[in-house]
Write a protein that binds this ligand. Structure first.
Ligand code: OAD
Ligand code: ZN
Length: 239
């Protein structure tokens, strides 16, 4: 398939797109899962065992967010959404807010958001830019110790899956950016999109574990590769 006749694009992003903004990825050398135990800070069991430690981990990551800013890859995707004549859906595994700060609006945070917390008692979802402790009371129901980060932990179901699967089945172009292809269901999105007829493109620093499923690959830092790719799509589609 050529690149003409594209009307629907689905983009999946992962930690690699935020790496050059200064947010550590998970599985690269020196990544978060080398420094922290995934079982301790990213599972419901770890949270039940030591809520104070888990809150502190997310408090720190929330604080770190205010020291970073979007890079040219985030801005290029926002520009694609604004200028592409068809539909662009951005699905991100990232819990940072760099896509929205760059201007992306049609965006689904399938693994949740660092800047939100949720009450396990009354289910309210609240914006949170500061710190949470086991003593913190839920501003809605008033209970103590019921707030948790609004992020998806291992063993939990990602958000928006129905909407995402529908978009994957309907899209003409699927692009994965900065993701290692190790965490499902996101790693399997390429298989669904391809099966349903989409042209599939991987933009990453190096081949991901699912690289063979993509038709086209461009390897390099996201801040360079993504703007070039977006320019190419916009030139073809708007001329
Ligand atoms: P990973 O840390 O697994 O993978 C990051 C990918 O980005 C790797 O393939 C790198 O080669 C690539 N990369 C690194 N620097 C890059 C750069 N400057 N430009 C382009 N690519 C670069 O992160 P994810 O695939 O996002 O889930 O991880 C998926 C999920 O695993 C996360 O959402 C998180 C994690 O555990 C949950 O917490 C539920
Ligand atoms: Zn509550």
């Amino acid at each position: 398939m050529g690149l003409n006749q594209i009307s629907k694009i689905v983009i999946l992003t992962g930690a690699g797109i935020s790496a050059e903004s200064g947010i550590q990825t998970f599985r690269d050398k020196g990544g978060l899962w080398e420094k922290y135990s995934l079982e301790e800070v990213a599972t419901p069991q770890g949270f039940r065992k030591n809520p104070r430690f888990v809150h502190e981990f997310y408090n720190q990551r929330r604080r770190d967010l205010f020291k970073v800013k979007p890079n040219p890859a985030h801005y290029a995707l926002a520009r694609l959404e604004q200028e592409f004549p068809g539909e662009v859906l951005l699905v991100t595994q990232n819990v940072d807010d760099l896509h929205e700060r760059a201007g992306s609006r049609n965006l689904l945070h399938m693994h949740g958001e660092l800047l939100k917390v949720r009450c396990e008692a009354c289910n309210v979802i609240l914006k949170e830019e500061g710190e949470i402790f086991p003593e913190t009371k839920c501003p809605k129901c008033g209970r103590q110790g019921t707030l948790r980060p609004h992020v998806v932990w291992f063993g939990e179901m990602p958000f928006y899956l129905d909407e995402i699967y529908k978009a994957l089945k309907e899209c003409d172009l699927f692009v994965a950016i900065g993701t290692s292809g190790t965490v499902y269901p996101a790693a399997g999105f390429v298989m669904i999109a391809r099966e349903c007829g989409a042209w599939c493109v991987e933009l990453n620093l190096e081949p991901s574990t699912v690289a063979d499923y993509f038709h086209e690959h461009h390897y390099g830092p996201a801040s360079e590769v993504v703007p070039v790719w977006v320019d190419k799509i916009l030139k073809r589609e708007t001329n």
